[in-house]
Design a protein around this ligand. Structure first.
Ligand SMILES: Nc1nc2c(ncn2[C@@H]2O[C@H](COP(=O)(O)OP(=O)(O)OP(=O)(O)O)[C@@H](O)[C@H]2O)c(=O)[nH]1
Ligand SMILES: [Mg+2]
Length: 436
């Protein structure tokens, strides 16, 4: 069982819906995940309800009998907020707030607020503000209602409110347009940085997976990065890229990325698309799964669905089950049967790291081309790059030249090919047949 720190005193009544397709256990898992999200945001749980719903109801999403019961419970349990695991339409949210007489928020808003709390870089802040404004646009009337209630809601102010609503809407729309402009500027700076990095001939891999799976922990263990590891959801929002030196001497650029979650709001996926580009551009993925989570199959499916949404399909993937130190023995053998190609590791005790390095090397070697390089000068740097990025099979030193037979990654290959074209380069490159 996960233990969370309590940061603030505010509490929330947590609600999840259960329809015919959902088992009791799934509904409880959803509730537990919602509690995790709320804790991350700083709310404690005042109480939890699984509400059976055959058909979503237009007025309150749930039946009005249940809605009235929740309002009574929220009052009795002195909850500051009512939080729904399911998305509420702007009017359902308004109706529920009228009934409960306290703020009612949905999972979508909870996730946006967590992102807002955790956004550190300018790009992440712009992305979150954009998602927030897009969410608020159809809900401006609700905010205006809040405002006029605070001001006493005197008779005759309605007309003024309507006008104000139009003004607000135009302001928000203008701000959205400005944010999109600013974001595209920040993003073009980033693509320049990435181009600089691409001139370094190193293969790249992205660590992806459900939130809290241990992606940052793994990144930290394999590289020298000092990123934040926390038992909270969405600890990481911005990608970090570092070199991972494998025991064989090969290197790969490893990127830690934002975690995914069930029902990740669409505007957040959109907003974070550019951050997730690191994933799109990687040669292959390390997909990390928390083996101790009872919902792990859904986590895998969710991660794959988000990857598809950002246009990452058919990219080589190494499936890695983490936290094996805390897994039951039968759980591991069950997963091994179901996912025969997967790896089983523990960042905590180092289990499975050798196999992981081998699997990463195998992925890298798939992109390698066998060559014979004859060089009269310029040899030192190319030979050391060949050792670092590829696999050198043989080096023969003659009186005049050195001949290297090696498997090289595509970008190193193209770098050598362009050097070869330079006048008096002293380099001759031959492509050979042969599997790495
Ligand atoms: N028992 C155990 N706990 C682990 C292991 N690896 C990571 N954790 C814990 O899992 C929690 C989440 O770790 P992170 O590395 O922040 O997870 P993340 O996938 O980067 O999470 P987000 O950035 O929020 O998506 C932390 O409390 C870690 O200490 C492991 O091998 N075993
Ligand atoms: Mg992380």
């Amino acid at each position: 069982m996960i233990e969370y720190e309590q940061q603030k005193e505010e509490s929330a009544l947590l609600i999840t819906l259960r329809n015919r397709e959902l088992s009791d256990r799934e509904a409880r898992d959803h509730l537990e995940e919602l509690e995790g999200l709320c804790t991350t945001l700083g709310f404690t749980s005042a109480g939890e309800f699984i509400v059976p719903v055959r058909e979503p109801q237009p007025k309150y999403l749930i039946g009005s009998g249940w809605a009235e019961e929740l309002a009574v419970q929220a009052e009795a349990l002195e909850a500051d907020y009512v939080v729904f695991d399911d998305d509420l339409s702007p009017s359902q949210q308004r109706n529920l707030e009228k009934l409960c007489k306290k703020p009612v928020i949905d999972r979508h808003q909870v996730i946006i607020e967590i992102f807002a709390q955790r956004a550190n870089t300018r790009e992440a802040r712009l992305q979150v503000e954009l998602a927030r404004l897009i969410y608020s646009l159809p809900r401006l009337r609700r905010m205006w209602t809040h405002l006029s209630r605070q001001r006493g809601g005197a008779k005759g102010t309605r007309g003024e409110g309507e006008t104000q609503l139009e003004v607000d809407r135009r302001l928000v729309e203008a701000r959205i347009a400005r944010l999109k402009d600013e974001l595209s500027q920040v993003q073009s700076q980033r693509s320049t940085l990435r181009k600089q990095r691409e001139s370094i001939p190193v293969p790249t891999a992205a660590i992806v997976g459900y939130t809290n799976a241990g992606k940052s922990s793994l990144h930290k263990a394999l590289t020298d990065s000092q990123i934040l590891v926390e038992d909270k959801l969405f600890a990481t929002l911005d990608p970090t890229t570092r070199r991972y030196h494998m025991p064989s001497g090969m290197e790969v650029l490893l990127t830690d990325t934002v975690g995914f979650i069930r029902k990740l709001p669409h505007d957040l996926v959109d907003a974070f698309k550019s951050t997730l580009e690191e994933t799109v551009l990687a040669h292959f993925l390390l997909h990390i799964v928390d083996i101790t989570n009872p919902d792990l199959h859904q986590h895998i499916a969710t991660t794959r669905a988000v990857l598809e949404e950002i246009g990452v399909e058919d990219k080589p993937e190494i499936l890695v089950f983490n936290k094996c130190d805390a897994a039951r023995g039968d759980q591991k053998s069950f997963m091994r049967q179901r996912y025969p190609d997967a790896l089983f590791i523990s960042v905590k005790n180092g289990e499975g790291f050798d196999e992981l390095a081998q699997a990463v090397e195998h992925q890298i070697s798939k992109t390698l081309q066998k060559v014979r390089l004859t060089m009269t000068h310029n040899k030192g740097d190319i030979i050391s790059l060949a050792h670092r990025e590829g696999r050198v099979i043989e080096t023969e030193y003659g009186d005049q030249d050195v001949v290297v037979t090696a498997f090289l990654p595509p970008r190193l290959l193209s770098m050598i090919q362009s050097k070869e074209k330079e006048a008096d380069s002293g380099i001759h490159l031959e492509l050979l047949d042969g599997e790495p």
